[in-house]
Design a protein around this ligand. Structure first.
Ligand code: DGL
Length: 271
């Protein structure tokens, strides 16, 4: 997709439990280089993927309420599948600004698969979500859909961004159950925003010619819709990282985030 230049000034608030939302940020920056960002890493509550829907829903409300009190932004992105399936669409009724979320792109995988075997990798909470389960059940009448939840894969993605060497052997082990299938999925939905960050590692250890799908196109088209239908005039002229807990990991990832264009780092306590 080509770069889109803005007619108005846009600042996006984006959040995730950790660095997963960076996969969404990278995609948006590629298409909309003039947008500025406030990115909240809710590392105090990391990981989201093993917490209950209700708990995550309440956390999302708190985050959006407190951030929108202190910062001006044009729209918010819940850059986390776990938080999106746990809070959307209801959370949109709580706020006056537009909110976009990401959910596993199962429909796209149905259109893409050739061998009829689809894999979905996501967190436990995402895969246990009622509407996700319902969708999988519906498509399972005509397709083989295999799911895999792995907290370890989320941790490995975080470690990569911290600059640590991650073991391909360990990643491969996570996918062991799929090697026992008659046919390996030819289409894999990365239903967690952390996983596109390790796509090169996944490509190295999984069979060749797999199509990996995630919410990148969806996010771009939603932003495009919102900016064509609204007039914004707020631009913070910098990219800010907020984190909910200070620790060594934050120090380790600062360098990486700085190279991506973030120049302000601050602790922000969610009360
Ligand atoms: N990045 C989050 C997602 O897309 C999950 C990470 C976590 O478990 O906190 O679901």
């Amino acid at each position: 997709m080509n770069k889109i230049l803005l007619k108005s000034q846009i600042t996006i608030f984006i959040f995730d439990s950790g660095v997963g939302g960076i996969s969404i940020y990278n995609q948006i920056k590629k298409i909309f280089p003039e947008i500025y960002f406030i990115y909240l890493l809710d590392n105090q509550f990391f990981p989201y993927g093993i917490k209950s829907k209700n708990y995550i829903f309440k956390r999302c409300i708190k985050i959006l309420k407190q951030i929108s009190y202190y910062y001006h932004f044009s729209l918010a992105i819940i850059a986390c599948n776990t938080a999106s399936v746990s809070s959307l669409p209801i959370i949109q009724n709580y706020f006056s600004f537009p909110i976009i979320g990401v959910t596993p792109v199962i429909n796209d995988a149905i259109n893409k698969t050739n061998n009829g075997v689809i894999g979905i990798v996501a967190t436990k909470t995402t895969l246990e979500n009622y509407s996700i389960k319902k969708k999988i059940k519906y498509y399972s009448k005509n397709y083989i859909i295999k799911t895999l939840s792995s907290k370890k894969l989320v941790l490995l993605s975080e470690e990569k961004i911290q600059g640590l060497n991650i073991s391909l052997k360990q990643i491969k082990k996570i996918f062991n159950p799929w090697y026992k299938l008659k046919n390996f999925p030819d289409t894999i939905v990365l239903g967690c925003t952390h996983f596109p960050l390790i796509i090169n590692e996944l490509k190295k250890i999984l069979p060749e010619n797999i199509t990996f799908l995630y919410s990148n196109d969806y996010i771009i088209s939603e932003i495009n819709k919102i900016i064509t239908n609204n007039r914004f005039s707020f631009n913070i002229q910098k990219n800010i990282i907020l984190y909910t807990k200070h620790n060594l990991k934050i120090e380790k990832i600062k360098k990486y985030l700085f190279h991506l264009g973030f120049n302000v780092f601050k602790k922000f306590k969610i009360k």
